[in-house]
Design a protein around this ligand. Structure first.
Ligand code: TRP
Length: 334
């Protein structure tokens, strides 16, 4: 192997990806794919900690894959695969369960949140979710793991587990680092702009799905919540400006222009014109991605091949880690 660093990340195919996911992460991944060995997985094993409809899960897994490809992730450069197709994830997950303490898992904020939200189904998988995530990452000896802020606690526990394991058995796992997307814009809800744009928001007007039609995207942006001041200005800590701040961030992320430049371009103009221009910029960015997506999603044979090729490469890497783990623990080699 050359000296390129390894990046690993994953997404749960449990809802529609949003403009926030694209501008905050995927767009950046496309730009860095030649500088790192990138591995991205559809994390379907994680989704079943919450009940899923089988047909939806199957469809969404392929949708996420097709969308990554449509956004410009090149399967010749980047490994793309489906988590459940590689048995090493569940296997290492079990092993690491035995090196993780109940107390550590009880402290996880996501577990606390999700068990409050799904009180009727607080299953063991929800509890050990972070251990499976640690297995995902450690199998590939990843250097960096790009995630949102809300996942940083999971990266911390992954490092703790890896360090604990290494302290007993020697250098088995690379200790990964979380990578908060630097240039990636943080895109907020269009309806409650102090909240992050989320694919699980109950109000579909709050987020732009990558699956939305162009006229729907434009409509959602034009009806984004702003304020009554009527001044296009970026004021970071002023909550009343959260809506305008968000539209400015979106415009900046889409056009690549700094926020200051956009602010001066629109000085003296009304929100109506600004919103129409943001809507148009987003639509123009999305249009080619959407048409590429529409083409790819129909080609099930192609998508299956991408999964198969990705799996083969992923399995070869994770297999090396798994053999090492078996040997160190004292399992008899096949
Ligand atoms: N927990 C992550 C999320 O909900 C998804 C995920 C699962 C993941 N395994 C991972 C992300 C490994 C990065 C690395 O966003």
């Amino acid at each position: 192997m050359d000296d390129k660093k390894i990046i690993f990340s994953g997404v749960q195919p449990s809802g529609n990806l949003t403009l926030g996911n694209y501008l905050g992460a995927i767009k950046n991944w496309v730009d860095i794919q030649h500088d790192y060995h990138c591995i991205y997985a559809m994390m379907d094993l994680h989704t079943i900690t919450v009940r899923q409809n089988p047909a939806d899960l199957r469809r969404r897994t392929l949708e996420v894959l097709a969308l990554y490809l449509a956004c410009g992730i090149d399967p010749k450069e980047t490994i793309l695969f489906v988590q459940s197709q590689n048995p090493h994830h569940a296997e290492l997950g079990w092993v690491l369960d035995c090196y993780t303490y109940m107390g550590e898992l009880q402290r996880m904020t996501q577990f606390k949140d999700k068990s409050a939200r799904h009180a009727e189904n607080i299953n063991a998988g929800l509890f050990t979710y972070p251990v499976l995530m640690a297995a995902d990452i450690l199998l590939y000896q990843a250097d960096y793991v790009p995630v949102g802020k809300d996942q940083m606690q999971h990266i911390e526990i992954c490092r703790d587990i890896a360090q604990r394991f290494n302290a007993i058995y020697g250098d088995v796992f690379k200790i990964p680092e979380g990578m908060l997307s630097k240039s990636g814009a943080k895109i907020m809800s269009l309806q409650e702009p102090t909240k992050k744009m989320s694919k699980s928001d109950e109000n579909p007007k709050a987020y732009i799905s990558m699956m939305d039609d162009m006229n729907v995207i434009a409509k959602k942006i034009k009806s984004a919540v702003t304020d009554s001041e009527g001044v296009i200005e970026y004021r970071e800590n002023d909550e009343t400006k959260a809506g305008i701040n968000n539209l400015l961030s979106i415009m900046s992320a889409v056009t690549g222009k700094p926020i200051n430049t956009i602010v001066s371009d629109y000085s003296g103009q009304g929100y109506g014109t600004f919103k129409s221009d943001v809507a148009e910029a987003v639509v123009e960015m999305m249009r080619p991605i959407r048409s590429e997506y529409d083409r790819i999603i129909k080609d099930k044979e192609y998508l299956k091949n991408i999964c198969a090729e990705g799996l083969e490469k992923a399995y070869a890497i994770s297999g090396r880690t798994m053999r090492k783990v078996h040997k160190k623990i004292g399992f008899i080699q096949k």
